[in-house]
Design a protein around this ligand. Structure first.
Ligand SMILES: [Zn+2]
Length: 268
């Protein structure tokens, strides 16, 4: 009796899921008073967020450790196909923000795909692969690399943005945020933000910490600069500021689609 009540309650909550194409409000339009407490945010189910770096076939000189960060092309395509075949819907940071901050509904089986470090294969391989399934991604750009060989150009970053993907900041040249002093905030954060805003014509609202490394001192600095969310890797979230320590896992080059799926289920 009670079991079926629980099941029907679950069914009815499932019907409130937002359509996959739902657009989310800009975080700045959400009144401060409507933003949930840290405790409430920490209590919500986490959305699986995957972090990719290079997408290319392994070379003989790639180290064992590097292969976690280098997903072979066929493997990447299989991972993304698995997500589509399993009914996942990609969401973007404003949707995640509205969900975490206000409890706004998400599409069923939400996932976020993020790409760090500006690698060219994110444009040449990931972009068309995601497009095939109607997926969108988040690209955390390190601005020092723009236009260098094997990295994306400004025009490619603009194209990704124009096509409905989100561009976020990943600093100027990947220095560890925990070591910033004075002028470093200008070099690593302020100038790259301005560059990315000029390229995309949009506000840059989200940040990914290089190496996933952060400290509590960095959070007020990011807030002061208008960032509304920041992404770490698999470690624990900050108990006061979970929106500035949103967890991701690195989708390893070693992982089959099945292993990836198991990791998503177990890590979030
Ligand atoms: Zn990085």
């Amino acid at each position: 009796m009670s079991k079926s009540a629980v099941e029907s309650a679950k069914d009815s909550s499932a019907t409130t899921a937002a359509p996959a194409s739902a657009s989310a409000p800009d975080p700045s339009s959400i009144p401060a008073g409507k933003i949930a407490s840290a405790e409430t945010i920490l209590g919500r189910d986490q959305v699986p967020i995957l972090c990719y770096h290079q997408i290319r076939d392994w070379r003989p000189r790639d180290s064992k450790g590097a292969k976690d960060y280098i997903v072979p092309v066929a493997n990447f395509r299989e991972q993304i196909k698995m997500l589509a075949d399993s009914g996942y819907h990609t969401i973007l940071p404003d949707q995640l923000y509205a969900y975490l901050a206000t409890g706004a509904p998400l599409p069923s089986k939400p996932v976020m795909l993020t790409f760090d470090d500006t690698d060219l294969d994110q444009f040449t391989i990931a972009r068309p692969t995601l497009e095939k399934y109607g997926f969108k991604g988040v690209y955390f750009v390190m601005t020092v690399s723009l236009g260098r060989p094997n990295y994306m150009s400004k025009a490619q970053v603009k194209q990704l943005s124009d096509e409905g993907n989100v561009i976020g900041s990943h600093t100027w040249d990947h220095h560890n945020v925990k070591k910033y002093q004075g002028q470093d905030w200008v070099t690593q954060i302020d100038k790259p933000t301005k560059t990315l805003e000029e390229i995309t014509g949009k506000d840059i609202k989200y940040f990914a910490y290089p190496f996933g490394l952060w400290n509590p001192e960095a959070i007020p600095e990011l807030k002061k600069r208008g960032f509304v969310g920041a992404f770490v890797l698999a470690e624990k979230r900050d108990q006061q500021d979970p929106l500035y320590t949103i967890r991701r896992i690195i989708a390893s080059g070693y992982w089959s689609p099945r292993t990836l799926h198991n990791s998503m289920v177990n890590s979030f």
